[in-house]
Design a protein around this ligand. Structure first.
Ligand code: HEC
Ligand code: HEC
Ligand code: HEC
Ligand code: HEC
Ligand code: HEC
Length: 473
């Protein structure tokens, strides 16, 4: 026990003792907390931060303080020349020493598993949707809200943002540490900029669940619109979207088949909304380059720009954080029956009210419904009296739409995050398919409406094709 003597002797200092106290108290707290977790206690996000991040950090700090104290004491005593030539014997026949040793042994036996469990629980916790979406409440709230309403609401944030494997895990933890720092000190940009330039390639995230070569064929899409007239007249467009993939003849066809791995492009702007230069690898392996004739690529861009190979995210950039435009959202919710189209001019009024500027979400929550009530009270008193329930339902729906899309605290207003899938609200497909991207040989990137979808009906009150599909005529 000769080796243990200096440690015993020298640990009688303030720093080491503080270390021992920190470690034992947090250790005991953690044991109790983990025991209650085993019994089914569900911590809320803030308790989670305390339990999985702060307490274990203090615990480790304590462990580090003990040797630091010993070392400092050693240096000080050596400097002063007060180091004993022989350290007092650690005599096991003395009950005091025996108790100390027993204490250290027991504490170590407890500490090791605590440390293991704490680090495991800590990482699991940081991977949870709860941590990503709720703890950083204000920062991630817009993405979390949109996510909960999306088809990926049951897919964890980390499945797309980190994906499997150790290297990306470490990378995300490093950038995550900076993010926690940025949030704590209020240094993050509002809104959070997209695209995320170091987002992991889709091959390793999306393609864990979806594979691009799967043949999706054609998809029937029916879009319902309401007009800005008193009756909110309904029309429908019917499209057969050629999603494609690798078809039964093993050819790559359609929207999925004709881009993935074949198209690369250069974009001068951070948001990739302008695309002046595109290259396409043909079936025979030759490459055709297209340049915009309207806004030709600058020489600097051609020489130094980052050539990005198209992947899922170049079209599906909002697969889960899908923010709407007011027109689209109102049409969709009316079509889904969330509020009645029997109220005069409700389509137009709803869009106008949603587009108004409210100072904060709290203000919008009271002013939006009130403005709607006021509109009917003043312009249609009879409707106001007869259809109170329908008006309240519409008021609720307006708040629901606003709540999912506008976040003044994060500077997120309508249309801040462009959606690249389509071409009606944002340039989307027409960033390249605009009829102005030409090759030297005179080929152009197609803008033929039928290349992407068959337009079976466009803005028709009662499309015949829907009756035919339903089996009538
Ligand atoms: C289905 C995949 C997927 C899931 C699940 C997902 N995200 Fe995203 N997220 C994306 C994509 C794609 C982008 C846009 C990337 C780009 O354009 O570079 C994005 C962007 C973001 C951004 C940047 C700002 C913005 O709106 O573009 C934040 C913040 C974010 N996600 C947070 C979260 C949080 C928090 C969760 C979990 C609640 C989550 N994400 C779940 C795919 C996903
Ligand atoms: C962990 C699995 C998983 C990952 C990772 C994932 N998805 Fe999905 N995705 C799903 C599931 C499950 C559905 C079907 C949801 C449904 O039908 O309600 C879906 C649906 C979709 C849809 C159809 C949406 C619709 O409106 O019907 C698209 C498009 C899509 N995913 C794109 C992506 C993209 C792009 C990524 C990568 C950024 C991605 N997904 C990552 C599981 C995943
Ligand atoms: C060139 C643009 C583009 C690219 C690249 C692209 N998609 Fe799509 N994808 C579309 C369009 C357009 C649709 C049809 C959307 C609609 O009308 O609902 C679609 C539909 C889908 C659907 C729904 C299929 C269905 O049967 O309903 C899934 C899932 C999907 N894409 C996943 C992916 C994944 C994963 C990748 C990357 C491997 C990818 N897409 C790459 C444009 C693209
Ligand atoms: C970065 C540029 C770029 C973007 C963005 C883009 N495409 Fe393309 N697309 C191309 C190029 C290049 C080709 C091959 C040249 C051609 O066939 O016109 C192509 C080919 C196609 C084809 C095959 C055309 C044919 O005649 O067989 C379809 C379908 C298509 N794209 C649909 C879409 C859709 C839908 C979107 C938006 C969701 C989209 N593309 C976005 C560059 C792009
Ligand atoms: C490069 C591919 C591409 C070309 C070319 C194209 N579209 Fe589209 N279009 C799309 C995609 C993708 C969507 C989105 C489908 C969805 O909403 O699911 C769309 C949606 C639409 C819609 C329904 C949108 C809505 O909300 O009402 C209409 C109408 C439409 N296109 C008309 C046209 C017309 C007319 C042309 C020819 C001038 C054309 N498109 C050319 C890809 C294309």
């Amino acid at each position: 026990m000769r080796v243990a003597r200096p440690a015993f002797y020298l640990s009688q200092n303030l720093i080491s003792r503080t270390g021992v106290v920190l470690t034992t108290t947090t250790g005991i707290t953690l044991v109790i907390a983990f025991a209650s977790l085993l019994l089914g206690y569900q911590p809320n996000p803030y308790v989670g931060i305390l339990l999985y991040l702060i307490l274990p950090s203090i615990f480790v700090l304590g462990l580090i303080l003990i040797p630091i104290g010993i070392y400092k004491d050693f240096r000080k005593q050596r400097h002063l020349g007060t180091l004993p030539t022989a350290y007092p014997r650690v005599d096991f026949s003395q009950s005091g020493i025996r108790r100390t040793v027993m204490f250290v042994a027991i504490m170590t036996a407890i500490n090791v598993p605590i440390f293991a469990i704490a680090s495991y629980r800590g990482t699991v916790y940081m991977e949870s949707t709860q941590f990503c979406g709720q703890t950083c409440h204000q920062v991630m709230y817009p993405e979390y809200t949109a996510y909960q309403r999306s088809p990926h609401a049951r897919v964890a944030c980390v499945e797309c943002h980190i994906g499997p494997g150790a290297p990306w895990f470490v990378r995300s933890k490093l950038s995550g540490t900076y993010q926690v720092f940025a949030v704590t000190f209020n240094l993050y940009p509002r809104p959070i900029p997209t695209p995320i330039h170091n987002l992991r390639p889709a091959r390793e995230t999306c393609e864990q669940c979806h594979w691009p070569e799967r043949f999706s064929g054609d998809k029937l899409v029916i879009r319902t619109k309401f007009a800005d007239d008193e009756k909110n007249s309904l029309t429908r467009s019917v499209l057969l979207v050629h999603i494609g993939g690798r078809n039964p003849d093993r050819k790559l066809v359609g929207i999925h088949g004709r881009h993935l791995g074949l198209v690369a492009y250069l974009a001068p702007d951070k948001k990739r909304q302008e695309i002046p230069w595109v290259s396409y690898r043909n079936e025979d392996g030759t490459v055709t380059e297209f340049a915009s004739t309207e806004a030709p690529p600058k020489a600097d861009l051609l020489a130094h720009g980052e050539r990005r190979t198209m992947d899922c995210m170049d079209c599906h950039n909002r697969p889960t954080h899908t923010f709407d435009m007011p027109e689209g959202a109102v049409n969709r919710e009316m079509a889904a029956g969330r509020f009645s189209s029997s109220l005069p001019f409700i389509h137009e009024v709803a869009i106008d009210l949603l587009k108004k500027d409210y100072r904060s979400r709290a203000v919008a929550e009271t002013e939006l419904p009130e403005a709607l009530r006021q509109y009917y009270r003043e312009n249609y008193p009879a409707v106001y009296n007869a259809q109170r329930a329908a008006i309240e339902e519409a008021a609720k729906a307006l708040w629901y739409i606003y709540e999912g899309n506008v976040f003044p605290e994060m500077n997120i207003a309508w249309g801040i995050y462009p959606n690249n899938l389509g071409h009606n609200d944002f340039p989307g497909c027409f960033r390249c398919h605009d009829g102005n991207h030409k090759s030297k040989g005179g080929k152009e990137i197609t803008q033929d409406c039928n290349a992407c979808h068959a337009l079976l009906a466009m803005d028709e009150a009662d499309p015949k094709i829907l009756h035919e599909l339903a089996g009538g005529n």
